[in-house]
Design a protein around this ligand. Sequence first.
Ligand SMILES: C[S@@+](CC[C@H](N)C(=O)[O-])C[C@H]1O[C@@H](n2cnc3c(N)ncnc32)[C@H](O)[C@@H]1O
Length: 230
Amino acid sequence: MSHEKIATLFDDWAHKGRGERMQVGHGDVVEQVIDDITVKPGQQVLDLGCGVGWATRMLAQKAPGAQAIGVDVAPAMIAKAEELSSLTIRARYEVGTFEQLDFPDEKFDHVFSMEAMYYSVDLPQALREVHRVMKTGGEANIVIDCYAERESTHGWGHTLGLDLHVLTEAEWKAAFEHAGFTNVELSRVKDRRGAGVEDDFQASEHFPSWEEHVAYHEAGSLRIRATKPF
Ligand SMILES: C[S@@+](CC[C@H](N)C(=O)[O-])C[C@H]1O[C@@H](n2cnc3c(N)ncnc32)[C@H](O)[C@@H]1O
């Protein structure tokens, strides 16, 4: 898998309006996780794989003077994020990759990411970079929808034509610990809106059947919370 391939796919999503639509799909889970993160005034937050930046803007508004920076490899996502941004919100967006973050060591108090880390081209390197740019005592909150225990997501890599990292919960924990994180806690976050009703269900490339959609909902998103130790 290459960054070019990922950028081509997600540029196409951005052109088709799928960047904004992800807010509808991911919004409730992200709201629950962001509500549970304590951002103090003036703190620095990084949003990895920010897409059109809606979560970046939520993070920037968590505390007075906080600043959030979104990074994404797809230029069209970043262009849309800039279009949707406002000068009254301290958020900005950069084109870049997880594997080579263009920030100094120990810049961020928090690193957040929704539905992006399993696309990493080089996952151990991406986690080393997350660790490097975080302050000691800082916290990472990485949320993913595609993981081994959620069987309904196993076909996503094939559907997207990408080689995704479909790890078990134990493998995610080990990968974070290997990168130097401690207090690695895993939990599931369920969308509070429920699975919906079968009559309204429309099959899609990600959810070919109602049963798979329900199983997906029941499993919940995987939240990985980890600290960079002092
Ligand atoms: C499924 S989208 C999620 C976007 C956003 N977090 C949201 O919930 O709306 C994943 C995003 O991660 C970005 N991405 C994937 N792999 C990346 C990498 N290795 N470096 C930087 N960005 C990456 C993609 O371009 C895409 O915009």
